[in-house]
Design a protein around this ligand. Structure first.
Ligand SMILES: Cc1cc2nc3c(=O)[nH]c(=O)nc-3n(C[C@H](O)[C@H](O)[C@H](O)COP(=O)(O)OP(=O)(O)OC[C@H]3O[C@@H](n4cnc5c(N)ncnc54)[C@H](O)[C@@H]3O)c2cc1C
Length: 315
């Protein structure tokens, strides 16, 4: 552990849209924010080439470019952006302790958690190939569905989110094939009914994804195994959507912060407050519903304003 302890008025953990927006607001409110970027500087958007739904970018923008711009904007107002990873916290006292890279000890008056979430994938080599190519694999129908208008797509998943995303895609795409790995949906009855009733959604129960097929640049079809008959089929598709869940990056907070059963931080509705006074949450770390850059940015703004009001109340 460290010999020196640094005192910080406002610590922001994470450098996605939530963290940088919080940094912009906190810096402009003279809170001298310090932001640690973590292992993925810029967050999830750095893994996508096309962001077309963030207001203000008329012609769209690449994810990495947008995140550099957010970082520059935060720096312009004096936010202190640093490399490093929060490895441990102690939120038991009035002063919130955070350790960076297991060595630097920070004593913070306020902490904004904006550590995001990580989409789960199947892990097939072909899936990872097209994901990295940006050529047809996605974990976000709302983000990428528009690119597959009037085309045929496949979605894998069986929960509420998968049903929600399949239904969203059915409004844009010619046909949606939904692969469900077992004989049952995990989704609520009402969500299952909704996809079952949608004409252009075909549901294949008890099917495993075997391979994502394409010409090495873009996806052409999905190979799937019917586990009941043993038959292997090829489903023509230009897009493959993976909707098997997300993992919020909140493990280090679990001893102090109230999480839901899947690990999302629970905030007081309408605010960014967590169960610990002076610790706030923004972005996907607390959001399993919307999971968008604009909502992350919006809650980043809320967290900075809530932190500012908390500090003012202590004066
Ligand atoms: C491929 C893809 C495409 C997408 N496309 C769009 C789109 O077009 N439009 C849209 O609105 N949304 C899109 N999204 C969703 C969007 O990226 C997220 O909703 C948004 O990035 C969430 O922002 P966030 O700030 O909460 O967290 P994230 O972007 O997830 O960032 C989390 C940050 O926390 C850091 N971190 C995590 N743990 C620690 C720790 N212990 N210490 C320090 N730092 C830590 C990480 O390094 C990272 O910087 C897409 C997502 C993906 C995966």
């Amino acid at each position: 552990m460290s010999d020196t302890i640094e005192k910080i008025k406002c610590l922001i953990i994470g450098s996605g849209p939530a963290g940088y927006t919080a940094a912009i607001y906190a810096a402009r409110a003279n809170m001298n924010p310090v932001l640690y970027q973590g292992m993925q500087p810029g967050g999830q958007l750095t893994t996508t080439n096309e962001v077309e739904n963030f207001p203000g970018y008329v012609d769209g923008v690449t994810g990495p470019e947008m995140m550099v711009q957010l970082q520059e904007q935060a720096k312009r107002f004096g936010a202190d952006i640093r490399d490093g990873w929060a490895t441990k916290v102690d939120f038991s006292g009035d002063i919130h302790k955070v350790w960076i890279n297991d060595s630097i000890e920070l004593h913070c008056e306020t902490v904004i958690i904006s550590t995001g979430a990580t989409a789960k994938y199947l892990g097939l080599p072909s899936e990872q190939h097209y994901l990295n190519m940006g050529g047809g694999v996605s974990a976000c129908a709302v983000c990428d569905g528009f690119f597959y208008r009037n085309q045929e797509v496949v979605i894998v998943g069986a929960g509420d989110s998968a049903c929600e995303e399949a239904h969203y895609l059915s409004k844009l795409c010619k046909k949606v094939t939904m692969l469900v790995r077992s004989e049952k949906f995990r989704a609520s009855k009402i969500m299952e009914e909704r996809v079952r009733k949608t004409e252009n959604i075909e549901i294949l129960m008890n099917h495993d994804t075997v391979e994502v097929l394409g010409d090495s640049n873009v996806v052409h079809a999905i190979k799937a195994l019917n586990k009941t008959t043993g038959e292997v089929i090829e489903i023509p598709a230009t897009g493959f959507f993976v909707a098997i869940g997300h993992k919020p990056n909140t493990d280090i907070f679990k001893d102090y912060i109230t999480l839901d059963e899947t690990g999302y931080i629970i905030n007081t509705p309408g605010t960014s407050n967590t169960n610990v006074a002076g610790v706030f949450v923004a972005g996907d770390a607390a959001d399993h519903v919307y999971r968008q850059a604009i909502t992350a940015a919006g809650t980043g703004c809320m967290a900075a304003l809530d932190a500012e009001r908390y500090l003012a109340s202590k004066e």
